[in-house]
Design a protein around this ligand. Sequence first.
Ligand code: SAM
Length: 212
Amino acid sequence: MRLRNISGSRELIAASDYVIHEPQEHRGGWGEIFGNDHPIRIEIGMGKGRFIVELAGSHPDINYVGIEKYSSVLLRGIQKMEEEPLDNLYFIRMDAEEITSVFGPGEVDRIYLNFSDPWPKDRHAKRRLPSREFLRRYDEILKRDGVIEFKTDNRELFQFALDELEPAGWHLERMTRDLHHDEEMMRDNVMTEYEERFSSMGNPIYKYIISR
Ligand code: SAM
């Protein structure tokens, strides 16, 4: 259903063909949704969706799923799809804590985490998307040679993410503490909404790529 004539972000999302409404029903069978067996890459905490929409537009042979907890933000991604529909991109409105009930073992080819919420209080560390608790979930759904790519401008969160790798059994493939001045890692970089905002303020952008 098209978005016009519907008000309220929950209602809009419920009516959108670009959103998978019962994602658990597709666990292990995402290829059927896309109608092909191309690799599936996901962004967790996609916000308004600039990154994943651009990526999907430039890689038609890869399937993408954008995951976002809040309707009001996800709506902006849906509006981008309304303007320029893509058949290799779907969205899910959900809390990523439930991610293993949505994708089967090894079903995901790559995971993107961009400017994840820092949750600065120690007692909220488990909610941070690069935490060991989340790495355990990613381990279940990511194929054996799959990687996670994480970008942030938050130095403390980046250090936390690095410290989580060893206890969780992951290792660093590549990293930079100044992405925008790292020629090699900047190649093919796709900017996110937050990246645009913080890099234009002069903040360095941190990035890692990890594997098991
Ligand atoms: N990735 C976008 C960017 O770089 O512009 C948005 C960054 S924003 C700081 C973080 C986003 O992650 C928010 O939209 C938030 O709602 C979402 N988020 C945080 N925790 C989440 C979770 N557990 N599951 C799904 N989305 C989550």
